[in-house]
Design a protein around this ligand. Structure first.
Ligand code: SF4
Length: 338
């Protein structure tokens, strides 16, 4: 065995002991080692990540649909985002009406999804948005049996309290990238502001959904840093996006992540977060293609977003559902999530 293969076997052996057997996530140094594994060790890393997912999360896959209540025209400057009003990207501000919101929830529930996330492209919600949300959540709860999540940016304590009283059960707010890299991709607010919202959400009892985007130009060390920062938050769910470069944004010309690096990251994040819902989010189609999508589902991923993303098209819901059936991975039922 070469020295590289021996080193690879050793980190995976250690991970088998600490993560698979004890459910304790890898630390920074070990996550970094997994991210640096040679290609030849990738199948073994994915296999171990899959075993960890099956042991600590089970075979079920959580399916979620997302809808945009307010699209585009955001005052923030996240360099990857076509919804920022700061760049000349083609997405313009549009509001969704309540009947359309309810219809989207109905269609999402019809796919078997248990989660419906209402998203708005804003720094944080103003009174108009909170009023829309209030009406929207009430109308959905009346008509559709589905868990409602929200993603509305940076919150005040009063807004956190109101979301709890509306019955919003999970709040999504992504840290996007490692703390050390965040100022290179966002200048209009700080990583710490995002962290403060997440702390309030956690203390409120709502489930915390927090992930980010890989392939923004962060180093492999920063990718490992991000994984352990997320682990320190102990989120209920981590959505993993891969950059899908959007025309007109500062990252519009970046190459997409190498699929092997994306799969290494999936395995590494699972080994850092053994008990968390790890969700495929945006950019997986362009980064991984169909074969890679399957490898990720057999390498630590246990949740998907069906249908379209906020500004880019996903695969038809039936393709994902067919793939889950083929892999014999049951879709998590609503009763199991309540
Ligand atoms: S990521 Fe969110 S906060 Fe940043 S520009 Fe896009 S919509 Fe606005």
């Amino acid at each position: 065995m070469s020295e590289t293969s021996l080193r690879a076997a050793s980190v995976l052996d250690r991970a088998r002991l600490s993560v698979l057997q004890s459910g304790v996530g890898l630390d920074f140094d070990s996550v970094l080692e997994v991210l640096r594994l040679p290609d030849a060790s990738l199948p073994a890393a994915l296999q171990l990540a899959h075993e960890v997912r099956m042991r600590w999360c089970g075979p079920e896959v959580e399916v979620e649909g997302i809808v945009s209540l307010k699209t585009g025209g955001c005052p923030e400057d996240c360099h990857f985002c076509s919804q920022s009003g700061v760049f000349a990207s083609p997405v313009r501000a549009v509001w969704l009406d309540i009947p359309s919101l309810v219809e989207a929830a109905r269609q999402t529930a019809a796919t078997g999804a248990t989660e419906f996330c209402i998203v708005a492209a804003v720094r944080g919600p103003d009174e108009r948005l909170m009023a829309q949300l209030r009406d929207g959540v009430a109308a959905i709860r009346e008509a559709v049996d589905i868990n409602i999540a929200a993603s509305l940016g940076i919150l005040t304590q009063a807004q956190v309290d109101e979301l709890v009283s509306l019955g919003v059960h999970r709040y999504n707010h992504n840290l996007e990238t490692a703390r050390s890299y965040f100022p290179s991709v966002v200048t209009t607010h700080t990583w710490e502001e995002r962290w403060d919202t997440l702390r309030m959400v956690r203390e409120s009892g709502m489930e915390v959904c927090c992930g980010g985007i890989l392939g923004l130009g962060e180093s492999v060390e920063q990718r490992a840093e991000f994984a352990v920062q997320l682990a320190s938050l102990a989120p209920h769910e981590v959505p993993l996006n891969f950059l899908n470069p959007r025309p007109g944004t500062p990252l519009g010309d970046r190459a997409v992540l190498d699929p092997k690096d994306a799969l290494r990251a999936i395995a590494a994040f699972r080994l850092a977060l053994p008990r968390t819902i790890l969700r495929y989010a945006g950019g997986r189609e362009i980064t991984l293609g169909d074969l890679g999508t399957r490898d990720g589902l057999l390498g630590g991923i246990n949740a998907v977003i069906v249908g379209n993303y906020l500004t880019t098209l996903g695969r038809p819901a039936t393709e994902d559902l067919d793939l889950l059936a083929e892999l014999k991975m049951p879709v998590k039922a609503l009763s199991a999530t309540l």
